[in-house]
Design a protein around this ligand. Structure first.
Ligand SMILES: [Fe+2]
Length: 436
């Protein structure tokens, strides 16, 4: 069972003590000369000290030892993480990947070793951009923790439950849930079966809930449905590896104890999870349909008003009721880039080929839309209220940036489907010509 607390909103202040050590949070002071139980105080800053109050994010840890006290970092070579966007020539074509391979049974890969970068954009050192990764793993992280110095991870499990231990406590995240682990937070992932999922990383910025405008105070993802862990610690003196992602590359250092030694914490910079089944879907009840932005769950905004470095958008099961309307997603050319994945089921705009654990990328101004078979069905169907996406959860990472595919995404993974364009080849002409 998860031991979790509801968040009342982003930016809310939380506090948590491991119940084995009551009164472990200092009273009335962040950093007393002597903390309760002989703990050390350490602050984790998620925004500049001087960020406006509403956006300011930080947490205080009360831990057995401070995080300093480790051997030097060295490069960690067993990784396909590459935040280098010049590995391949630009390619504007529609792309589709078949499901990414799980590790072979004779090849042991944990979550960190199983990280592979598919595509990305922007500049890590300037903290402006994003990366999209897939993880495929078949063993738990053993005395090994990970943190990302470059930005936040929004993790979308597609196969297998992730048992995530963080400095803040534990979270279990199963397919159809997501977890956001923000910049700098240390975590370790245990699994029970070969596991796969997608990761949206944003550099140096944080996700927030989209504004709702005329929708009002309720709807889409409600703040109260986000869960954050309660404090949990272990006091284990063992050789432990800390792996950090820094400037797009992985580094490893050793220390002589578990980093999950936080007995109590407070603050508003916390990891959180969300069950996609809690998303309140809004759409047209007359005719036409809203732009897919109506399905935005979390957003990470750029400096340009209303324009996202990355939106996380989901397409849950829902009713479709519009009259005299072509109901599937419209044909489209977009100034944004659209990366889609499928957790389970069948996406309504694709008859076949887009499979759970696979992906598509429709790049800036490259046309996309329903395939020929899907168009003909929607063109000819009798319009009655009906359920769509039953048993399905597709999602989209949408960005204002132009995405570059890595060598792993284009070649190494060997999953790129070169026949993808053919699903639109049979789109028929329905033009009746001018009236005589
Ligand atoms: Fe689109």
């Amino acid at each position: 069972m998860d031991d979790l607390k509801y968040m009342s909103g982003f930016g809310s202040e939380f506090k948590s003590e491991d119940p084995r050590c009551p009164q472990s949070l200092p009273k009335g002071q962040n950093s007393p000369q002597k903390c309760p139980y002989g703990l050390y105080a350490e602050q984790l800053s998620g925004t500049a000290f001087t960020a406006p109050r509403l956006e300011n994010r930080r947490s205080w840890f009360y831990r057995i030892r401070p995080s300093i006290g480790h051997d030097p970092f060295k490069p960690f070579s067993n990784s396909n993480v590459r935040c280098n966007w010049d590995q391949q020539e630009p390619d504007p074509n529609q792309m589709r990947w078949m499901p990414f391979d799980l590790p072979k049974s004779n090849e042991k890969r944990d979550f960190v070793e199983g990280l592979n970068t598919i595509c990305g954009s922007g500049e890590i050192k300037g903290k402006n951009g994003l990366a999209i990764h897939v993880y495929v793993c078949n063993v738990s992280m053993n005395n090994r923790a990970f943190y990302n110095a470059d930005g936040d991870f929004l993790i979308v499990p597609q196969k297998g439950t992730l048992k995530v231990t963080t400095e803040f406590g534990k979270l279990q995240v199963r397919p159809n849930e997501i977890v956001v682990i923000q910049q700098g937070m240390r975590f370790s992932i245990d699994i029970d079966e070969p596991s796969r999922g997608y990761i949206l990383e944003v550099f140096g910025r944080h996700f927030c809930l989209p504004d709702l405008g005329p929708i009002g105070a309720n709807g889409l993802a409600n703040a109260r449905d986000f869960l954050t862990p309660v404090a949990w610690y272990e006091d284990r003196d063992v050789q432990y590896e800390i792996i950090g992602k820094y400037q797009g590359k992985l580094f490893v250092c050793n220390q002589d104890h578990s980093p999950f030694d936080v007995v109590a914490w407070f603050g508003n910079y916390v990891p959180y999870k969300y069950d996609l089944a809690n998303f309140m879907v809004i759409n047209s009840v007359t005719f036409d349909h809203c732009d897919p932005s109506i399905f935005t769950l979390l957003t990470c905004q750029s400096e340009m008003k209303g324009t996202a470095i990355a939106d996380f958008v989901i397409f849950p099961p829902r009713w479709s009721v519009q009259e005299h309307t072509f109901r599937p997603p419209y044909y489209h050319r977009n100034c944004m880039s659209e990366f889609m994945g499928l957790i389970f089921g069948n996406y309504e705009a694709k008859a076949e080929g887009f499979q759970p654990g696979g992906a598509t990328l429709h790049s800036t101004m490259t046309p996309h839309g329903p395939d020929a078979q899907c168009f003909e069905m929607a063109f000819n169907e009798e319009l009655k209220p009906k359920r769509v996406a039953e048993g399905t959860m597709a999602f989209m990472f949408e960005t204002c940036m132009e995405l570059a595919v890595t060598e792993w995404g284009a070649k190494t993974c060997q999953k790129l489907d070169l026949e993808y364009y053919k699903c639109w080849k049979n789109i028929k002409k329905h033009f009746t010509g001018p009236a005589h």
